[in-house]
Design a protein around this ligand. Structure first.
Ligand SMILES: [Zn+2]
Ligand SMILES: [Zn+2]
Length: 825
């Protein structure tokens, strides 16, 4: 731990390489596994276009923006010409200027129309905070006569009316468009009639099921706008993602031009990969008896951080504790740094632990460390920014939230405690550091799980590789059907409308008629019920939701998908919600309510379940010798049967039966089969197949984020030594949402890339019989039994050896280098 208070930063100059060497001294050299130098990028400037309104230009010029970066100009020109465009450039590359220039120009010029609103624009962001920040930024430009306003759940009724009738620019979120704007489109008629632009910010967030919802919502918006005679131009902004044009086109259903070449300058960065030290007493034999919780002087305080309380015997210190030590060292050395943690509880733990370390070596700096969890009031955020600027705050612990809402540019170093979910997020967060003219430092500290471990040992999977694909399926019938019903409630659906909603829209509409949700009349399909169509669908979940309600106050804390409720909020479960710990006193399936009381009993709970699956059909398949790989619809049956209580040490203190019904999930899956004798030849005896297949399944799930932006809660797996539908040992990985979300299909397409990562990850893990860094899983429904680590390596090697030599590999290997991901609130 920190000691000397060596000044890393002397007389204003910061040397990231030297800092890294110092951090890795004092017996920690073996923890710094790799150092990567990211070169600087030169600026490419462009002039302001002639078409920009003089008032808009004057406002930006007086804000000090005398010229543009090349990508801003390119996107602005395209949007101004009415072309749909997506900007996918780095953090802090000024994407908003790319859309503000054309949007504000049209709004200002439209103000001269008889109605006072010749043009309007809608700005959509995934969070309220981001919309509020954008508004503040636009208002600071003080463009004469421009009327912009946020419109969200907190907007008072009288203000809503003013906004509908007068605002030229409305900043809102998809949920409001779904629940308010579209169902009440008549009230928005003048706004919709003049709708010239729709801006979709942070569009990489719309992936998986959320992406399917947004795609359906935007089709509804396009249809209603068209009824008022508008065909708005869509401008999307995204973190760097693979093939942003394809993602944007799936979202809006129209051809999109991508602007990807970043013209903003970037200082050079030194990027380190760090693996925390081993816990004393837990030789890398794994499965030992290390009492993870209290070692290293009681500093292992990670209670509530989901990722760190898997209950498995940890081998290494948590990323949170390790990052706290490093942050303390940096602060003591005078280096301003931010450490990102994966959860709000992790942020508190990280800040507290950093302060404790500093109390020993530099007590005067204890107060120079702050925690920032988001959700602060604007004045609190501004105060924090001031403290960072004037140096009262030197170290900051923050959640790796999408949008911090505070400006932390100018810091020297960024620590990432645990994988932030995607390479795109990694670069976004790393890019937070850097003063102009100085190199910056970024350090990724691995958590004790398979993906993090793999990444710090395989720098080639992080650097010099494009970011991951953003996966979603606009045709998911479970998502699309309720949106079609909502569309019919907005305006009767006609035959001519159906192509907008994809190839299967007609079947879905017919099914809705059969269920008496829609009625067919000569003028089209009509909503046939008396309630509100939009109340039947939540954009943030899939299907039914269970409310989490505080028993004492009746306050609804949040909701959870019904699909996760049995395993996460069963009676007796210890549930962490937004960093707070609760105990579920009752899960009532009749009323879809989980009643909870606040408090941490000191143990965590793990649902145990039995699973089986039926293969409904095979849509696509290929053969590698004796191995057959398939993709198609399946039904997964799961019954949560009991739960375990575990102390932080891993000790199990009880097993408790549960009486919950079996659930069936209709979804999409990728699966593969292997003959028993082929496995035997590869060294997996028949009795060892269940453990080998189970361990391979866990590792395959853990590595799926390398090829698609999923997280481990988005997908599930089942393995069996003999499946009734195939008659063979079968491993199946499925999308955890009804109707699928695109992850399993992407895994099928990238099959060889996907499976080679778990194979090498398990083989290179130093443990003897399996540990959380290789084959154990925190969400295993079988208590991680049986698991056969050596068998899994043999099984996966056998499958990979059966692959035909590249390049004519079986599946269309579109994913040459997928990417990692996880992350969910
Ligand atoms: Zn291991
Ligand atoms: Zn399992």
């Amino acid at each position: 731990m920190s000691s000397t208070g060596t000044p890393f930063r002397s007389s204003g100059s910061f040397d990231p390489g030297a800092t890294l060497r110092l951090l890795a001294s004092r017996g920690r050299a073996e923890r710094l596994l790799h150092v990567h130098e990211v070169p600087a990028r030169a600026a490419e400037r462009a002039e302001w276009p002639d078409w920009v309104d003089p008032a808009v230009y004057a406002a930006f010029a007086s804000a000090g923006i005398g010229s543009l970066w090349r990508h801003q100009r390119e996107a602005a020109d395209l949007a101004h010409a009415g072309r749909h465009v997506v900007m996918a450039t780095g953090t802090a590359s000024g994407k908003s200027l790319g859309y503000l220039a054309p949007v504000l120009t049209d709004l200002v010029e439209g103000a001269g129309a008889a109605t006072g609103r010749g043009a309007t624009a809608l700005y959509l962001s995934p969070t309220k905070a981001l919309a509020a920040d954008q508004l503040a930024r636009i208002q600071s430009l003080a463009i004469p006569g421009l009327r912009a306003a946020t419109y969200d759940g907190d907007t008072p009724q009288e203000e809503r009316r003013w906004i509908r009738e007068h605002a030229q620019l409305v900043l809102t979120n998809p949920d409001l468009v779904h629940h308010s704007l579209l169902p009440q489109h008549q009230r928005w008629a003048p706004f919709l009639r003049a709708l010239r632009y729709v801006v979709i910010d942070e569009c990489h967030v719309y992936r998986g099921v959320f992406g399917s919802h947004l795609s359906a919502l935007l089709r509804r918006l396009r249809r209603v706008a068209a009824r008022y005679g508008s065909q708005p131009t869509f401008v999307l902004a995204s973190a760097t993602v693979r093939d942003p044009a394809a993602h944007a086109e799936r979202l809006i259903g129209l051809p999109v031009h991508a602007v990807e070449r970043d013209g903003s300058p970037r200082e050079a960065m030194t990027f380190g990969l760090w693996e925390p030290g081993e816990l004393p007493g837990s030789a890398p034999a794994g499965g030992g008896t290390a009492d993870g919780g209290t070692v290293s002087g009681g500093r292992e305080d990670t209670s509530g951080e989901v990722e760190d309380t898997s209950g498995e015997t940890p081998v290494r210190r948590s990323a949170t504790s390790e990052a706290a030590d490093l942050l303390a060292d940096l602060v003591a050395g005078g280096v301003q740094a931010v450490a990102f943690a994966r959860s709000r509880a992790g942020v508190e733990a990280l800040a507290a632990s950093t302060r404790r370390s500093l109390a020993e070596v530099a007590p005067e700096l204890e107060g120079a460390v702050a925690a920032y969890r988001g959700g602060y009031l604007p004045e609190e955020r501004r105060a924090l920014e001031r403290s960072l600027r004037d140096g009262t705050i030197v170290g900051l612990a923050a959640t790796n939230a999408l949008e911090l809402g505070i400006d932390i540019s100018g810091l020297d170093a960024v620590l990432l405690a645990g994988w932030p979910g995607t390479r795109a997020s990694l670069w976004q967060q790393a890019g937070r550091a850097g003063r102009s003219g100085t190199r910056s430092l970024a350090l990724f500290v691995a958590a004790d799980d398979p993906l993090d471990t793999y990444l710090v040992h395989h720098p080639e999977a992080l650097f010099g590789r494009s970011v991951e694909a953003t996966v979603m399926d606009p045709d998911n019938p479970h998502v699309l059907a309720p949106h079609l019903a909502a569309a019919a409630a907005e305006l009767p659906l006609t035959e001519a409308d159906l192509p907008l909603f994809g190839a299967h829209a007609r079947e879905l509409v017919d099914a809705l008629v059969a269920r008496r949700i829609l009625r067919r009349r000569p003028g089209g399909w009509y909503w046939a019920r008396t309630d509100r169509a939009t109340d039947h669908v939540s954009l943030r979940g899939s299907g039914e939701v269970v409310g989490i309600v505080e028993r004492r106050t009746g306050r609804v804390l949040g909701t959870i998908d019904e699909s996760s409720a049995h395993s996460q909020v069963h009676t007796g479960a210890v549930h962490v919600h937004q960093g707070e710990t609760y105990v579920v006193t009752e899960l009532d399936l009749e009323t879809s309510t989980a009643s909870v009381v606040r408090g941490d009993p000191g143990w965590s709970t793990y649902a145990q379940s039995v699973s089986a699956f039926d293969i409904v059909g095979t849509e696509r398949s290929f053969r590698w010798g004796l191995v057959e790989v398939c993709f198609g619809p399946v039904r997964v049956h799961t019954q949560v049967t009991s739960f375990l209580r575990r102390l932080p040490s891993g000790e199990i203190i009880g097993t408790h039966p549960l009486d919950l019904p079996r659930r069936t999930l209709s979804t999409k899956a990728v699966w593969w089969t292997m003959p028993v004798d082929a496995l035997a030849r590869a060294g997996v005896a028949e009795v060892d197949i269940p453990g080998a297949a189970h361990a391979a399944e866990h590792a395959a799930i853990g590595m799926l984020p390398l090829v698609a932006t999923s997280d481990r809660w988005d997908i599930g797996g089942v393995s069996t030594a003999e499946h009734p539908d195939t008659g063979l040992p079968t491993i199946l990985i499925y999308d955890g949402h009804p109707g699928g979300a695109g992850f399993a299909e992407h895994a099928f397409d990238a099959f060889d890339t996907w499976l080679s990562a778990p194979c090498s990850a398990i083989a290179s893990c130093g443990c003897e019989r399996g540990c959380p860094a290789c084959v154990q899983s925190p969400k295993c429904g079988n208590g991680n039994e049986p698991l056969d680590k050596a068998g899994a390596v043999a099984l996966l090697s056998m499958v990979l050896a059966a692959a035909p030599p590249r390049p004519e590999a079986g599946p269309p290997s579109t994913v040459a280098g997928g990417a990692p991901a996880r992350s969910r609130g």
